[in-house]
Ligand binder design. Structure first.
Ligand code: SF4
Ligand code: SF4
Length: 353
């Protein structure tokens, strides 16, 4: 008799209370129980009990439709570890395969290394000179060299190891948790000391594998560790008034690491915080989700278009390069498009005004 794919204690933690349903973006789209966290857990239970096969079409679709945003975790009174269950589910359901997923993650990683090796990475100092190592995430290297430039302008104390790989988050979220863990360990060995990152998703994955004390995301590094005094920042003005700044949270940063207040503290120093009601809801980027399930990613983002049209911020600040791409792409079509920037770009602008 083969071992059931999911640890029973993780599944049994769910008491079927349904508190997670209002927090789940896919349930909000469909109002279908199967698209909710509770519904998905029940599908996993049915697989464990062999009532359905792991490749049952409904189960497979739900494993894929889930954003992996983990918004169901902080609201769960029973402490269900949904993110861990989802990684195991995808590992079993997409076993060995996902050439599409591997092709995507590889496609994201390699051009990045080639394109930016000379542009961003400067000669690494002797490692012992700085305890802070800057992690250049894959999306950042591929698409947002300006973000890395702002980061190194603001924090010259950061070391940059030019031989960085992928942290493995995309692999872990796409059915290859062992590869995801191996890549994280290898990266942790290369970047000794504290790893600082502008990517909320990478921060959450690395913290889970390497330990919380090894990893600092930008906003927590500034606020919790005092990496930058807020009194060094001058508020950004537009036409003589404070800039109106909204935020798009990073799901894994907010729901996995509990970091969201720090971002708001910084933004309040930079201008007027214009809180979008959907700021904490997944934007649809979700790793490779916006590439693999474009229509669903568009639908998840849609509620923000009305909010932005109504509140008219000057900027939407993101804290994860994957969200940067998704929010900028979505707002390109909007008539009321604010500028999409990474938080560190605003900080760099505030230092120089
Ligand atoms: S909130 Fe937690 S315990 Fe309640 S149904 Fe959702 S996952 Fe299960
Ligand atoms: S991870 Fe996000 S999309 Fe998936 S069940 Fe939880 S709240 Fe819903």
């Amino acid at each position: 008799m083969t071992t059931p794919p999911f640890p029973a204690e993780l599944l049994d933690a769910c008491i079927s209370c349904g508190y997670c349903l209002p927090a789940c973006p896919t349930y909000q789209l469909t109002k279908d129980e199967a698209s909710s966290p509770r519904g998905r857990i029940n599908l996993m239970k049915a697989i464990n009990l062999r009532r359905i096969e792991i490749d049952n079409p409904v189960a497979k679709e739900q494993a894929s439709f889930c954003l992996g945003c983990r918004a169901c975790e902080p609201v769960c009174p029973a402490g269900v570890q949904y993110g861990s269950l989802l990684e195991q589910w995808r590992s079993h359901a997409w076993q060995g395969g996902g050439p599409t997923v591997f092709a995507l993650t590889t496609a994201v990683r390699w051009p990045v290394l080639l394109r930016t090796a000379g542009a961003i990475t400067r000669p690494a100092k002797h490692r012992a000179e700085s305890e802070y190592q800057y992690l250049l995430g894959c999306f950042e290297r591929l698409l947002y060299a300006k973000l890395s430039k702002a980061m190194t302008d603001v924090f010259p104390q950061l070391d940059i190891n030019p031989n960085q790989g992928c942290c493995g988050a995309l692999h872990a979220h796409n059915g290859h948790p062992e590869t995801g863990a191996r890549l994280a360990h290898e990266l942790g060995d290369r970047l000794d000391g504290t790893i600082v990152t502008t990517a909320g998703g990478c921060a959450a994955h690395l913290a889970e594998i390497l330990g919380r004390d090894r990893v600092r995301e930008l906003s927590e590094w500034i606020i919790d560790d005092g990496a930058l005094g807020l009194d060094t920042l001058r508020p950004i003005e537009i036409d003589g008034r404070p800039a109106r700044i909204s935020i798009q949270d990073s799901c894994h940063l907010r729901n996995g690491l509990g970091v969201s207040a720090q971002i708001r503290t910084i933004v309040q120093r930079l201008g007027d915080l214009v809180e979008l009601p959907s700021a904490g809801v997944c934007c649809g980027a979700a790793g490779t989700y916006s590439i693999l399930r474009k229509q669903d990613a568009n639908a998840v983002f849609r509620s923000r278009l009305d909010e932005i049209a109504q509140l008219q911020p000057d900027y939407v600040a993101v804290v994860n390069p994957g969200c940067y791409r998704q929010v900028a792409t979505q707002l390109r079509r909007s008539r009321h498009a604010p500028r999409v920037v990474h938080l560190v770009e605003l900080i760099a602008a505030a230092l120089h005004t």
